[in-house]
Design a protein around this ligand. Structure first.
Ligand code: NAD
Length: 311
């Protein structure tokens, strides 16, 4: 039988609420920690409304609070803020970091270990990537459809007890998690995909399928993937470029109406995660002397959109 864990989710928006809801349903003691008062109030008043392929239901056995109200320190802290909010969240939730608290990031982008590492000892950080999707449709309401996986590992690559316990907890909630020694190529694959699809859709305001309206859309996306593959290879994290190119082509045909999160952020006038995605690849390209002109150009254009703010 899986041990019951005390788990805090720092950043309980779409993904954090999905994970928190599923972990609470599996019997873990979960606290959702966020700064979105409307979302917190809705969960406190009526529970979390969760809609997945298993149906729509209300998860009631959750605590929901602001960082300063949360505590005591949990065994597992899962960070699901957007990447640019990680450090502020960890600073205001520093009392959640006890001597035995392990911290897991499944956020998109690169640099998550470095950001968390400024607040948590390296040996207690776990990092990974997930293909589970989630949407927050209204305060207190989160949905996720289809199946996903989690590939994760300790940041120092060692088989710590907290890695095993986190995997057991996530799997008890049906989240299909594995310890993956090749977690970095897996993270890079997702970063490469996101660098292509998120930035192109955010700039053009096209849904994914609309990128295929002219051949340039697919060509640009594949160029980004090829550049990211060259940078990852130069860093020692070579990934299967053909697999990511295949995922891009699949998305163009099968996820036509999907609006990637970066496009949703632009449409809502929110800052994007461009720095952790195209920005981090461009930085790695400069460090390794690898050419990534398309990624660099898309980065500069999204920065302009970010700087303009709500329209
Ligand atoms: P989201 O915007 O829905 O949720 C982020 C939450 O963090 C918000 O509720 C926000 O209020 C909260 N937050 C911001 N600053 C905070 C602070 N200082 N303290 C506490 N909470 C704070 O974002 P999301 O879609 O859930 O994505 C979270 C991360 O997961 C991102 O890195 C994203 O790229 C990644 N991701 C998302 C998906 C998806 O399908 N949504 C899939 C895989 C990975």
């Amino acid at each position: 039988m899986t041990d019951v864990l005390d788990i805090a989710i720092l950043g309980a928006g779409a993904m954090g609420s999905l994970f928190g809801g599923l972990l609470a349903e599996a019997g873990h003691r979960v606290t959702l920690v966020d700064i979105d008062e409307a979302h917190l109030n809705a969960i406190r008043a009526e529970g979390l409304r969760l809609s997945t392929d298993s149906g729509s239901r209300i998860v009631g056995n959750l605590r929901a609070c602001r960082p300063e109200q949360a505590g005591p320190a949990p065994e597992l802290l899962i960070i699901f803020t957007k990447t640019m909010h990680t450090e502020a969240a960890l600073a205001s939730g520093r009392h959640l970091l006890g001597p035995d608290t392990a911290v897991l990031s499944l956020q998109n982008g690169l640099g998550n270990v470095e950001r968390i590492g400024r607040h948590v000892p390296h040996e207690r950080i776990m990092v990974g990537m997930t293909t589970w999707p989630a949407d927050k449709s209204a305060p207190g309401q989160v949905s996720s459809h289809g199946a996903g996986v989690i590939h994760m590992m300790s940041a120092d690559g060692k088989p710590h007890g907290h890695l095993r316990r986190a995997l057991e907890a996530l799997n008890s909630a049906g989240l299909n998690s594995i310890a993956d020694p090749d977690v970095w190529p897996a993270i890079w694959e997702k970063v490469a995909f996101n660098a292509a699809m998120n930035s192109l859709c955010a700039l053009t305001r096209c849904a994914v399928g609309e990128l295929a309206n002219v051949p340039d859309g697919e060509a640009l996306a594949l160029k980004v993937v090829a550049e990211a593959a060259a940078v990852a290879g130069a860093e020692g994290n070579a990934f299967d470029e053909a697999r990511v190119a295949g995922a891009v082509r699949f998305a163009l045909v099968h996820h036509q109406a999907h609006k990637p999160s970066m496009l949703q952020d632009v449409l809502a006038g929110r800052k994007t995660e461009i720095e952790a995605i195209n920005g981090a690849i461009a930085a790695a390209a400069r460090k390794t002397g690898t050419a990534a002109p398309t990624i660099e150009c898309l980065l500069q254009l999204v920065r302009l959109v970010d700087a303009r703010g709500p329209s």
